[in-house]
Design a protein around this ligand. Sequence first.
Ligand code: GLN
Length: 261
Amino acid sequence: MKKFVRIISLVTVLALACMIFASCGKKSDLASVEEEGKLIMLTNAAFPPFEYLGENGETIGVDVEIAQKIAERLGVELEVVDMDFNGIVAALASGKGHIAAAGMTVSEERLKSVDFSVNYVTSAQYMIVPADNTTILTSADLKDKVVGVQEGTTGDLYASGEWDGDFGVKQVLRFSNAVEASTALMNGKCDLVIVDELPAKLIVAQNESVLKLVDTPLTLEDYAIAMRKGSDLSKIINEELQKMIDDGTVEDLILKHTAVQ
Ligand code: GLN
């Protein structure tokens, strides 16, 4: 009998230990999405055509529609959280959202704290210069220039000499989005702006009389959706994304959101 009691107490202690351990362990992302009934996407809504504000202040764009499809597959609502681009990776890693869809370039540095989905867009950094500029043509011409960028982006890293070497830039002016950087350029506060291809093209198209794009790209980059390290959402996200790449949905979305700008 004593032995029986001892076994029962041992089993009880083990069961309690398991429960405590489980409750301390991190909830899986899939479980969290299901429990909350929503997929939370972190982004910076100042990066058209990928994410920008619609007429009623809602965030729309290519990434939002992609994430919407993923949320539908998961059977939940999509919640979009608009924040500074510079804080997105840390916010995602600390659990403030399930995914980050923000025209985000896959980089070694970011891979240290988050995982990435399959790549869905190829992009590049481009230089925007005043329309009458004839001297800034390649990265070699960055020497001694004041460069406007969006803080924390690959354009910022490039201008700062942390992406592809030091180009002897005089000063890097960091803004919270590319439109602000371009406004500074139009006001003569910097010599050029470095920004991703499609946002750069849209900014130039909207200010054609005063700005132009330098034809030669500075980098070659891939956009992917970021997830928390080890996220169990990756299988579904990759499946949905691959489907949308293969059937032309991603391309169509880019055309659609470029046309409305
Ligand atoms: N592709 C760039 C990066 O990942 C810029 C993204 C953005 O500004 N939304 O750094």
